[in-house]
Structure formats: C-alpha cells, structure tokens
Design a protein around this ligand. Structure first.
Ligand code: NDP
Length: 282
C-alpha cells in the first residue's frame, strides 16, 4: 500500500475538542447550543444515526432533544412540530432525519425549517447562499470532505476534481464547495460514459454513489486524493465504501477509510453548525 490514510476519526475528534470549549463558553453566557432531532418511523439505520448524533451532543455539552414520531404521523402534525421548534429559543438547530416515509413530502417538510436553524444545510435558502458564496450553513457531509482534503495539504486551485454522484445532499453541494476553492470540477452520475476515464483525470476524487467498491485502482490517477463517502454492505455483509480500498490504496496518494473517514466528519460538521447557530442567535 502506498497511499497515506486520512484519519477522519482523528480530525473529527480534534474539531469536536475545539467545539467543546466553545460550547462551555456559550453555556456560561446563558446560550447553551440546542439541537432538536426529528425521526419518523422505525428505520434501523436512521435510529443508529440519530443515536450517534445525540451521543455526540451529550459529549460536547450541547442540549439535545429527540422527537420520535410514528410512521402514521400526518404532514400537518410534522409541520406543526417544526413551527414550534422554529419558535423555541433553546433550540438552535433542527434536523429531520431522512429518509421520511413515502407518504410525507420531504421537500415540503425541509422547507418549513427556519433557514436560521437549518443545521443540515438542506433548505433552499442555504443551498442558494452556498451557491453564490454567501455565509450560511454548509451541508455536513460535503463540508466534512473539504476538511479532510485540507488535511492532505493539497492546494485545490486549478486541480482536477471529480465528484461521482449528484445527489442534493452530497454530490451537488460537494462540487460547489470544490469550485469555491477554485478546483476544475467534473460531476459524474449514472449516465456518465466511461467513468474510469473521467475518474483517472482527477487529482481529487470524491465518490458518493452508494455502490459497494465501484471505484477500483485502475480508475485512479497515481498520487490522487481519494475521498470515499459511500456506506455500503458488500456481498459478505462487511461495511465498505464506494471505493475498492485494497486496489485504490496501491495507486492513490491519500485515501479515507470506511468506516473512520467521512462518517465521523459528518457528525462533527453538524455539531459545528449547531454551535455556529447558537453563536449567531440573539
Ligand atoms: P443517492 O442515491 O442520492 O445518489 C447516488 C448518486 O450516484 C446519483 O447521483 C447516481 O446517479 C449516482 N450513481 C449511481 N450509480 C452510478 C454509477 N454506476 N456510476 C456513476 N454514478 C452513479 O446517494 P447519496 O448521495 O445520498 O449517498 C451516496 C453514498 O454516500 C451512499 O452510500 C450513502 O450511504 C453515503 N452517505 C454517507 C454519508 C456519511 O456521512 N459518510 C452521508 C450521506 C451519504 P443519478 O443521479 O444519475 O441517478
């Protein structure tokens, strides 16, 4: 193996340590940051994510409350809860765990969250602000990826950046953040022709696809920074990313592991957004 590992767990721990001190300051000034987490139904993966977020809040001294609603909840009831959380002065961040059950209109619900409490960065106002370079909440996973790239010391200006995946929560915002740092950005998706040839151009390759080990060593430029956002189970039931770690780590200069790469950064960025929101609140 030639690639250096980018240790997301360690970077996240460092960021959280800094946040902990800030939370203590804010709490002493009567402004303890507060996060409300809304979960609907009993999706086991969502349950794990919500528990991890609550645990991290407790570790950092951030107040958190969970609103667990049955799958039968109506759109009107959910909107009413969000309205109440929008008005609640002890809540600085509102997170609705996705995916929502199919009978609920996800966009309608997310749009109801006040942009000032939208710590996931999914509200169209924050997405728009990011796009035109105004301050606002950045979506957690792409923001975490940017921190991991920074760890390598690579200067992004003029570099070839390839993002595989164009979802609203990862791929698209990732491309915008790379562009903001002056990368030359290409976005790939399910209809991209010759994915390997495009990926091989990349100095920085971000995979956010949801297909186990799709990116293999021959698709990677020697020395590239490879960031693996994917969380999948392979045929043997093992947790793997979108990147075939064994072959890619022979070629890449830097690589993130799964688990222990992007995952911990996503939670750290959520905590950072919540603290930022409390700082900005009156
Ligand atoms: P989506 O399913 O919303 O998007 C997947 C994207 O990959 C789509 O744009 C799709 O293209 C593209 N795609 C699918 N197949 C191919 C292919 N063969 N070649 C090229 N592109 C392809 O997924 P998400 O963005 O929500 O998540 C991606 C992965 O990241 C998942 O494994 C998810 O679990 C993980 N994830 C991890 C997080 C973390 O904290 N570590 C946070 C969020 C997600 P098209 O648009 O054409 O359909």
């Amino acid at each position: 193996m030639s690639a250096k590992i980018i240790d997301g767990k360690a970077v996240a721990a460092r960021i959280c340590e800094e946040l902990k001190a800030k939370v203590a300051e804010l709490t002493a000034a009567g402004k303890q940051p507060g996060l409300a987490v809304v979960i609907v139904g009993d999706n086991p993966a969502s349950r794990v994510y919500v528990n991890n977020k609550k645990k991290k809040c407790a570790e950092l001294g951030i107040y958190s409350e969970e609103h667990a609603l049955p799958e039968s909840v109506t759109e009107a009831e959910l909107l009413d809860l969000i309205d109440r959380l929008n008005r609640d002065p002890k809540i600085h961040g509102i997170l609705v765990q996705l995916p929502l059950p199919g009978n609920l209109n996800e966009q309608l619900i997310l749009d109801r969250i006040s942009p000032a409490k939208d710590v996931d960065g999914f509200h169209p106002v924050n997405v728009g602000r990011m796009l035109i370079g105004l301050p606002g909440f950045l979506p957690c996973t792409p923001a975490g990826v940017m921190e991991l790239i920074k760890e390598t010391g690579m200067v992004l200006a003029g570099k070839e950046c390839v993002v595989v995946g164009r979802s609203n929560i990862v791929g698209k915002p990732q491309a915008i953040l790379l562009l903001r740092e002056h990368g030359t950005v290409t976005i790939c998706h399910s209809r991209t022709k010759d994915l390997g040839a495009v990926c091989r151009r990349a100095d920085i390759l971000v995979a956010a696809v949801g297909k186990a080990e799709l990116i293999t060593g021959e698709m990677v430029k020697p020395g590239a920074v490879v960031i693996d956002v994917g969380i999948n189970r392979n045929a043997a039931g093992k947790l793997v990313g979108d990147v075939h770690f064994d072959s890619v780590s022979q070629v890449a200069g830097w690589i993130t592991p799964v688990p222990g790469g992007v995952g911990p950064m996503t939670i750290a960025m959520l905590m950072r957004n919540t603290v930022q929101s409390a700082e900005q609140s009156r």
